[in-house]
Structures are given as C-alpha cells and as structure tokens.
Design a protein around this ligand. Sequence first.
Ligand SMILES: Cc1cc2nc3c(=O)[nH]c(=O)nc-3n(C[C@H](O)[C@H](O)[C@H](O)COP(=O)(O)OP(=O)(O)OC[C@H]3O[C@@H](n4cnc5c(N)ncnc54)[C@H](O)[C@@H]3O)c2cc1C
Length: 462
Amino acid sequence: MATQLNEKIAGMKGTIKGRVLTRDDPTYDEARQIWNAMIDRRPAVIVQPADGADVAPAIKFARDNLLEISVRGAGHNIAGNALCNDGLTIDFSNMKQVRVDAGNKRAYVDAGATLADLDAATQRHGLATPVGINSTTGIAGLTLGGGFGWLTRKHGMTIDNLVSAEVVTADGKKLRASEQDNAELFWALRGGGGNFGVVTQFEFALHPVGPEILAGLIVFPFAQAKQVLTRYRQLTSTSPEDLNVWVVLRQAPPLPFLPQNVHGKEVVVLPIFYAGKVADGQKLVEQIRAFGDPHGEHIGAQPYAEWQKAFDPLLTPGARNYWKSHNFTELSDDALNSIIEYAGKLPSPQCEIFIGHIAGAANRVSPNAMAYAHRDAKFVLNVHGRWESPAQDTSCIEWARAFFKASAPHASAGAYVNFMTAEEDDRVAAAYGSNYDRLVQLKKRYDPENIFHLNQNIRAIS
Ligand SMILES: Cc1cc2nc3c(=O)[nH]c(=O)nc-3n(C[C@H](O)[C@H](O)[C@H](O)COP(=O)(O)OP(=O)(O)OC[C@H]3O[C@@H](n4cnc5c(N)ncnc54)[C@H](O)[C@@H]3O)c2cc1C
C-alpha cells in the first residue's frame, strides 16, 4: 500500500511546481513541527506550494487517493489541525510574499505569511492592519478565525479589514471572494475558519499607524491584584480607543527592569499600547501607573513593528500548551475573584491568564455581517497552560480546565475558535451562535463531503 502511494506521490511531483515531501525526505521532520509541542503527527505527504496554482492538484491528489487533507499557515493553532496523520498536508511555508499598494492602502498577502512579514511590509509605508500580538503567528489561520490585537479597539478585527480572498474550493475551483464576488463565501470565510476552502491570498485594508507608537509594560505586585484589576475595569469602561491595555497574570520572567527578588513571583502585568500621539498616551500611562505600587515598568516610544514582536520571547515554539478561553461583555467582581484565585495557583512558571481588551470598532459591526458572531465581546480571556515536560501534562491541563469551569458562569456566551483545543467540538456551534445554521448551509454548498474537516468543524448535516 505504502509503496503504491509513494509511486503515485512521485507521479504527482510532476504536476506541482513547489516541494513535495515524503517521510524519507531529510526536511520532512522539520516540516512537520508546529508551535504546540503536544502535537506529533505524521502526514504521508507534505505539499509546499510555490504559488496558488499548486493547490488544486494537491487537493485532487488527496481526493483521488482518499487522503485526509490538512492546511498549514504558520502552524500556530493550538489544536494542531495544521497537520494530519497519514494524509496530505498543504503547507504554505514557502508562500510568504506581501505586496503593499500604499496609494490605495491595500496589502496582498500570501497564505504562508506571518504577522511579522505583513507588519514589516506595511510599516515601510507607515501603514498597518489589526493582527495578533505574537509576530510568528500565521496570517491565514488568524484571519480565518477572526483575529484581534493591539489595533482592534480602533480598527476592528482582522476580518473587518479583509477586502477579498483568493480561494480554492473542494472541487478544485479557484474563486475570488469579496463583497462583490461570491459574497456568501466571503461571508463564511470571515470567521468560519478553514471549513470552506483553501485560501491562497488575502487582501487587507490598511490604516496609518506609527511607525512610532507608545507601548510597554507596567508590573504590579500580585498582592494588589484586586485593586489593580478593579481600576483596570474602570479605565476600560471609558478609555479612548487609541488606548489598549491588556492584563497578564503569571510568574514574573527575569525581566531586567524588575528587581531580582520579584523574578519567579506571581505578578499582574499590564501591557499597554497607545495608537495615537505619544505625548497624549503618556498622560494616560500616568493614570495606569497609579493603579498600585508597581514593581517596575518598561514603557516608551518605539517602532510599531518592534512592539509587535515584544512577546515573542515568551511565546516561542516547542513548549507544551493547552488553552481554554471565554468571551466577556463585562468583568464582574466574581469574574475578577476567580481570575485572581487561579492566578494564585499557577502550576508552572509559564502558565498564565491573559485578558485582551477588544471593545470598540469590533463591537460596531452587526453580529450577522459575517460568520464571526461575537460582536458583544469586550474582553477575551485565555487560560494559557504552558509547560515543558510531559510529566506536567496532567497538573497543567487540570488547572486550565478547573479555571475554565470556575469562570464560565461569569463569561458571556460563545467562544473564539482560534483559541479552541481539539477536544472542544461541542463548542463549535456556540462559537458561531445565530450564524451557525447559515454556515451549515454554506458548508453543504462549498464542501458537502467535508473534505476540509481538520479545523473547528462545521458539519454539513441536515
Ligand atoms: C503564541 C500565540 C499567540 C496568539 N495570539 C493571538 C492574538 O493575539 N490574536 C488572535 O486573534 N489570535 C492569536 N492566536 C491564535 C491564532 O490566531 C490561531 O492559532 C491561528 O489559527 C494561527 O494561525 P496559523 O496560520 O499560524 O495556524 P495553523 O495552525 O497553520 O492553521 C490553523 C488552521 O487554520 C486553517 N488554515 C490555515 N491556513 C489556511 C489556508 N491558507 N486556507 C484555509 N484554511 C487555512 C486550517 O484549518 C488550520 O488548521 C495566537 C496563537 C499563538 C500560538
């Protein structure tokens, strides 16, 4: 069987301009590494397209040979759906080009580009679009699930800035999806994940940003957590959309601006980003500093593209990860108490609870304007279980699950598909809320056989 398949794969190589890797290729093991080290999957074949034209023959080959298909952008998704076992992975690692049309404020982004690739290209023109906070994340997976980051309060989710996408559907057709072309498909792609086809290129609207912005961290003692979080809640209810303050509760990394005796102790970190004039932001930072008696801070004017990489050292690939997430429309006292309780019993030095503030432009879009439905979400909470050794799997996973359960009564309905683990199939319908039925109908139209099922799967069942 394996020999037969290998012969067929050898035949496929002639139809594909890019690379085709099998298990005996010296780069195969490197190609099947993804961000979450808990995932260890071995595709029968990895196709690395040279351009969009390589995608349809790869899909056809997989279908003709009854191989499962997975699609990899930059391999960050925690569930590990970028890879399959014994199937065909379409891996966009070699398609990272970003073209910027500065005059029309547009970026054309290949499916393998990372946030760093996009930010570097757009910032050469003083432009940007909202993406996430870790520069090695893939534009493809982030966009298809929704996408939020430091610019979301001001300019919306990543999908709110998507203008068009080039898509190859399950039957191998190449379609352009936009408000004008295949509008229903475009609706589904904006939040519907990888369910509807393989996107080869994204077109984004851009906004003037920086290049210099004000950003940094203020770190408070954990003993002041309730006071700091209560004042954070007050600030976020009125603060201008240029200001974006998130919360991270974790053990302090050995940051040079923190006293040594704080390293390894629980702390409350407020990462701050101000999108407007630096001097205006500085006045707001004064208020945040007064939330408590900070252990230290590192904050100042810096290039936007550098700030976008600021968290990369804490979010390197190769660790074991297990995440759970809730949306919140408000942070009640009970929610804060439960956050503080579980941040007080972190099971590893890398585990953390983070709260992203996304209130603003994203809330002004109608919940049925596109597949992503949670336009009431003002905060996204992520329980980020992260550790190094398999021996810690049970304690870290149990901690994340216990906190997820304890905080659930204070959260709003719904979930963010990009933070879901593989075991959360039961939350997919909730993640799409009132848009789910329309997505099921579109799945029937574009992928009736569920060829693209390695994702937060929308099933075409009647
Ligand atoms: C360290 C870290 C930080 C993060 N920070 C943020 C953040 O600030 N904001 C935020 O919104 N999210 C964030 N995320 C979540 C992130 O958006 C998701 O993990 C996303 O899926 C990553 O995209 P990727 O292309 O790297 O992932 P991959 O694992 O490569 O892809 C994820 C899935 O997307 C689909 N897919 C990928 N490429 C394509 C394609 N070309 N066509 C069709 N389907 C495709 C597939 O179903 C695939 O399984 C973060 C994740 C990590 C690990």
